[in-house]
Design a protein around this ligand. Structure first.
Ligand code: ATP
Ligand code: MG
Ligand code: MG
Ligand code: MG
Length: 435
């Protein structure tokens, strides 16, 4: 991508409305534009990051055996009347009346909708286990939308729903998602901590929130310091291995403030850490709550009807864009982990219009493109300082700068955004590092 042909409306000044770094940097990098409170347009740079996160989330869901579907954003109120949640949900639900006076709503979540799909088509125990997910926009009319995309009203969520014959099956589905979440966050460059979460009236121990640590997080969290040393699992796992992994990760104390019990947490004072965190995912086993109310049953092996056991598994895809920036930035701007970066390389032409510089940049640009490397080429006639500042701000992991002085001795400058390290190397050596 040539910057001269790109649409990236960066800001030099800090926008006044932004209270935290991620919101400030997303606006300054021209990633988003607010439409109304908690509702945003995603501009090209922001959209690229959002799609990258979505892709990683999708790959890990697919790998875990979940099947992607796409349910609508607008749902009929009648489905929610069946579960009893239409009245319970309160003001966070955006209610809509269509031209025929039918009550509709912009879905804040999809348990009812997916249960309706299940009950319409699945009749036999032989079709289980089943896990259906989608990545779709949600709407929650939050009292206080704030921090940009972190607490939006319209936001992108991955939500998966598992269906099993019994609790034992549901537990395998739960553990599968638990481990898939650990892998997902690790690939996003994040260290996520699973916290014991409230299961409400359903009870049991199968609910965890996944949080990432950040001073600006809205949740207060308490955990045993050693949980941060656990290694993210790799590869495929049998149900027994899944259970062992979940047991290992949950053997360390970790709870949000509403679940925290200072006197009975069993952690020595020096080992207990209190920090703030951002909820980036939530998994939940709720058993027969919806299947019972909505008649989602299958025929068992003995011909008897069985009400299926369900769970739901959410990841805040759009919140993660802000969350990753909270975890990965410095004074100069964003420092994207490589897998989610909007471009892998920023190519800076120090003297656009200079024949030798243009030719060397074009050649380098063409070679990166031929190798399938995503590169943003600053071919504008802006000042060098402005070009460097812009690449730092938007956080591309590697910057290659080509200028007249270096060309004379056959070198380019290669900068690693994260460490700040700069090296003078040949263009060939730079290419070899990138492809
Ligand atoms: P919160 O406690 O932050 O209000 P929640 O517990 O209400 O979140 P869930 O119903 O568990 O949210 O939804 C699953 C995920 O969706 C959350 O873990 C979070 O990452 C994301 N999410 C929820 N609300 C929002 C929002 N208003 N804006 C952006 N992402 C959100
Ligand atoms: Mg909420
Ligand atoms: Mg929550
Ligand atoms: Mg939650």
């Amino acid at each position: 991508m040539r910057l001269s042909r790109y649409f990236m409306p960066t800001l030099k000044e800090d926008p006044k409305e932004a209270q935290i770094a991620s919101h400030r940097l997303m606006l300054r990098a021209g990633m988003i534009q607010q439409s109304s409170a908690g509702i945003y347009s995603w501009l090209p740079l922001g959209n690229r990051v959002l799609k990258n996160i979505e892709r990683i989330v999708r790959e890990e869901q697919d790998r875990a055996g979940a099947l992607e579907i796409l349910m609508p954003t607008i749902q009929p109120a009648d489905l929610w009347r069946e579960s009893g949640r239409y009245d319970d949900y309160g003001k966070e639900m955006l209610r809509i009346v269509d031209r025929h006076d039918r009550d509709m709503l912009y879905g804040p979540t999809n348990e009812e909708q997916v249960t309706d799909i299940f009950r319409s088509h699945v009749n036999s125990y032989k079709d289980l286990p089943l896990n259906l997910y989608h990545i779709q926009w949600k709407f929650r009319d939050e009292v206080r939308p704030r921090f940009g995309v972190m607490r939006g009203r319209e936001f992108l969520m991955k939500d998966a729903y598992s269906f099993d014959l019994d609790y034992e099956g549901a537990k395998i589905a739960y553990n599968t998602m638990f481990v898939a979440y650990l892998k997902t966050y690790a690939r996003l460059g994040l260290q996520a901590i699973p916290l014991r979460a409230d299961t409400g009236p359903i009870g049991g121990d199968l609910s965890h929130e996944f949080i990432i640590l950040a001073d600006t997080g809205e949740s207060e969290v308490f955990y045993h310091k050693d949980i941060l040393n656990l290694k993210t699992p790799e590869g495929d796992h049998t149900p027994e291995e899944l259970q062992a992994l979940v047991d290992e990760w949950t053997s360390y104390y970790a709870a949000a403030d509403e679940m925290h019990d200072a006197d009975n947490c069993g952690v020595a004072e020096g080992d207990l850490v209190a920090r703030r965190g951002i909820e980036v995912g939530h998994i939940f086993h709720f058993g027969e709550k919806y299947s019972k109310a909505m008649g989602a049953t299958v025929m068992g092996p003995d011909g008897k009807e069985i009400t299926v056991s369900m769970g739901s598994y959410g990841i805040g895809v759009s919140r993660l864009v802000g969350g990753i920036i909270e975890a990965c930035h410095d004074e100069a701007g964003i420092v994207w982990p490589e897998e989610v970066a909007p471009f892998k390389v920023g190519l800076i032409n120090l003297k656009s219009g200079d024949e030798a510089c243009d030719a060397a940049c074009e050649d380098f640009y063409a070679k990166l493109q031929a190798a399938g490397i995503e590169v943003l080429y600053d071919d504008t006639s802006d000042r060098a300082g402005g070009k460097f500042a812009k690449m730092d701000l938007i956080g591309v992991p590697y910057q290659v700068t080509i200028g007249p002085r270096g060309l004379k001795t056959g070198v380019v400058e290669f900068k690693t955004r994260k460490s700040g390290e700069k090296e003078e190397i040949t263009p060939e050596a730079a290419l070899n590092r990138l492809v």
